[in-house]
Design a protein around this ligand. Structure first.
Ligand code: GDP
Ligand code: IMO
Ligand code: MG
Length: 423
């Protein structure tokens, strides 16, 4: 049985949590493949609104195996806090497996992330400040600590001592901060072992065996295509690979095992943090989108920057991810506008770019070339079939589908499970 991937096609927060939860109905296993608790995926189920950061969005369903795969960076304190949170809604003993290869976010990663942002000043990336970048840096530098190190605290201590020797030099000499004490970290992380050790396993094997047995496996991406470290708006990106290709690396399954790649596309665009954003609306329209769409960060609470849908990014996302279908979310939020716009190209220095420019200066300085369409100005949040949508809303969906060249298989008109239209 082939696997399905869910990916964000924009700058994150497209509604991956809602769509994953919706698809969970037909799944046996849901796997997170990259990122860390910088993600914030909202799931509304059985009367609870849950904001998940590390746990896969199927965790509330007792029949689903949840997997945190090798590509993640895990802050054990944040993970335990999330496990406690789901206990409150009745999931005391979730069926969760965590990769022994996933990297551990350490206290110095958080400190270095925040200190680097302060040092950058106006040029800051606007990270979540949770230590994601420094943890992936250590992974690539081969000095990271991993989940499996929690199973042998003697080795853990040795590796930590080596890491601290260097990290403390940076913290004290470059940033003028206090050093991190070895014993304090040992005490803190030793306390996490009891809670987590029974969940640590070989997730590549678990996922591959599930696929061999014909189980339905969903690989849930975090962040989005434009935050991808290789293909996003570098350096204003995260430090992992949210694109579809990242799912194989992050899980340890072969590309030949993937069949469906579902791109989650918000009916407009948002971004949290710094960096270029051609269709951004720094005006009343942008504010209306923010307030109607509730566009405030799930993880940090920061107001999200809002703007019109970007067709250039959409085409780029289709290309990079090989999308087989699209789930269009938050269409209801656009019901307020007389007209809606889609960027069809970027103008810079008298040239119109119809594809993603391959130099960042163009992307930073361009002006979007818009196509304007009639709005529908009607409440669509209770509509349950495509045919019942106002004709202007249908035209907007058809136009997006035409630009993408990929079927829009699902349309979301509200945060609840029931507010979903299948085509
Ligand atoms: P994710 O990071 O991609 O999972 O997205 P977030 O959960 O960070 O942000 C999406 C927000 O929009 C959440 O608050 C969802 O409950 C909400 N949401 C999802 N789909 C819809 C929709 O179709 N309409 C509306 N109005 N809200 C939605
Ligand atoms: P979900 O999964 C939106 C952004 C941060 C910052 C940049 C780098 O909910 O879609 P990091 O802390 O990762 O080093 O920050 O990436 N960012 C997100 N923006 N949604 C997310 O996740 C994000 N995760 C990171 O705001 O601009
Ligand atoms: Mg989010």
């Amino acid at each position: 049985m082939p696997a399905t991937i869910i990916i964000g096609t924009q700058w994150g927060d497209e509604g991956k949590g809602k769509v994953t939860d919706w698809l969970a109905n037909e799944m046996d296993m849901i796997v997170r493949y990259q990122g860390g608790h910088n993600a914030g995926h909202t799931v509304i189920a059985e009367g609870h609104e849950l904001k998940l950061h590390l746990l896969p969005s199927g965790i509330l369903r007792p029949n689903i195996t949840s997997v945190i795969a090798s590509g993640l960076v895990i802050d054990p304190e944040a993970l335990i806090a999330e496990l406690d949170k789901i206990k409150e809604v009745g999931i005391a003993d979730p069926n969760l497996i965590i990769s022994s290869n996933a990297h551990l976010i350490m206290p110095y990663h958080r400190l270095l992330d925040q200190a680097a942002e302060v040092k950058l000043g106006m040029s800051k990336i606007g990270t979540t400040g949770l230590g994601i970048g420094p943890c992936y840096t250590d992974k690539a530098s081969r000095v990271g600590l991993r989940m499996q190190d929690l199973l042998d605290m003697k080795i853990f201590r040795e590796k930590l001592a080596v890491a601290l020797e260097f990290k403390n030099q940076v913290l004290t000499k470059i940033y003028g901060m206090e050093p991190v004490e070895l014993d304090a970290v040992m005490d803190e992380y030793s306390a996490y072992v009891k809670r987590l050790k029974g969940m640590i396993g070989d997730t590549s094997r678990v996922i591959n065996e599930a696929l061999d047995e014909g189980k339905n496996v969903l690989l849930e991406g975090a962040q989005g295509t434009m935050l991808d470290i290789d293909h996003g708006t570098y350096p204003f990106v995260t430090s992992s690979s949210p694109i579809a290709g990242g799912a194989c690396i992050g899980t340890g399954i072969s590309p030949i095992r993937i069949k469906r790649i579902i791109g989650i596309l918000k009916a407009y665009t948002t971004r949290v943090g710094s960096g270029p954003f051609p269709t951004e609306l720094d005006n009343e329209t942008g504010e209306t989108i923010r307030s109607v769409g509730g566009e405030f960060g799930t993880t940090t609470g920061r107001p999200r920057r809002c703007g019109w849908l970007d067709g250039v990014i959409l085409k780029y996302s289709v290309r990079l991810n090989g999308l087989t279908e699209i789930a269009l979310t938050k269409l209801d939020v656009l019901s307020h506008f007389e007209t809606v716009k889609i960027a069809m190209g970027y103008k810079h220095d008298g040239i119109v770019y119809e594809h993603m420019p391959n130099h960042q200066t163009v992307f930073h300085k361009c002006t979007p070339v818009y196509e304007e369409m009639e709005g529908w100005q009607a409440d669509i949040s209770d509509v349950t079939s495509f045919d019942k949508l106002p004709k202007q809303a249908r035209a907007y969906i058809e136009r997006i589908q035409e630009i993408a060249g990929v079927p829009i298989a699902m349309i979301s008109v509200g945060p609840n499970r029931t507010q979903t239209i299948l085509r």
